[in-house]
Design a protein around this ligand. Structure first.
Ligand code: FES
Length: 103
């Protein structure tokens, strides 16, 4: 697991974080934090180089959009959902697990 400070996160600007060897993308939405795989399921682009808008994260390369809460594909060309990861927040402390919610 990895622990980071909530106040380092900027809404709309996802962050790449390595958690026990996995490359994840962390995104703040209001008071919530979500973690998904950082590599887009369409091709080899890092989602942390793109943007979020509410619960949507958009891949900068071809414009696929995913729901941060479930990993579901919202917009083509991606067809495979992202894996999501467990995040817990206590005050300013955000803990990210390397265990996928889908495993
Ligand atoms: S690599 Fe993400 S949409 Fe193509």
């Amino acid at each position: 697991m990895t622990v980071l400070a909530f106040d380092l996160l900027v809404e709309g600007k996802p962050l790449a974080v390595e958690v026990d060897g996995k490359k994840l993308c962390i995104a703040k939405v209001g008071e919530e934090v979500f973690a998904v795989d950082n590599i887009c399921t369409h091709s080899d682009a890092e989602l942390s180089d793109g943007e979020t808008n509410g619960y949507k994260i958009e891949c900068w390369l071809h414009g696929a959009e995913f729901d941060l809460r479930t990993g579901a594909v919202l917009t083509a060309p991606a067809t495979i959902p992202l894996k999501t990861y467990k995040v817990t927040r206590e005050g300013n402390s955000v803990t990210i697990s390397h265990n996928s919610n889908q495993e």
